[in-house]
Design a protein around this ligand. Sequence first.
Ligand SMILES: [Zn+2]
Length: 256
Amino acid sequence: MPTILPASPTFLALAGLLGLALGSFASCAVYRYVAELSMLKPLRSFCPKCGASLAWWENIPILSFIILRGKCHHCKAPISLRYPLIELLMAAWTAAVAWRYGFSAQWLALTAFGLLFIVASFIDFAIFILPDLLTLPGAVLAFPVAVWVLGVSWEMSLLGAAIGAGLFWTIQILYRAIRKQEGLGLGDVKLMLLIGALTGAKALPLVITVGAFSGLAASVVYMLRPGANGLKTRIPFGPFLSLGAMLYLLFGRGLV
Ligand SMILES: [Zn+2]
């Protein structure tokens, strides 16, 4: 796919601003999914604590958090750090992809998949679920995007999906048989279907290595938290597999 415009400082800045807006949407989607609220009603953002509708100036990505000093203007309840964090991550991703691919179909496709990875990951962090609503349509779309936009051969895309999902499904079954408890969820299997199709089979060693090492590092943090259950502490794996996939999509091919 040809690049329409190469990466320029103006385009990077615009991409970052778009990323902030998408991040604001992403943090709202995560909150509403986790709280089992409608995605559309009410359309306006509101304080989860006191329910007050937010004025435009209370709803600007990052800036409002700083202006409000992390507290609701109406009831002074603390605003979760998750909101500015998701906004910053999405902005960084959108600008980084713009730097790597310029204004192109790749940039558009990877911005969309980054949004999916970030929303799914933060839902997984919060409630240990990777929603089918995200992973399954994502897996269906990943194949044409990989082949027609990212230049992955169709054989590699299909093989990536089959190996990625097959491997994690096998691990899931073995873990359940040996430990008599769930280690990996089926959500991770479906996420690997998506990632394998999107990146192709050649990317899987890198994606899984990054996922395993960052997941292992995070599990130490999880086990040291108060109320942790030793080796039985639950750890979401989706965010770390997503991290592996995103690093590959940004820097990959040259790396493998
Ligand atoms: Zn409030």
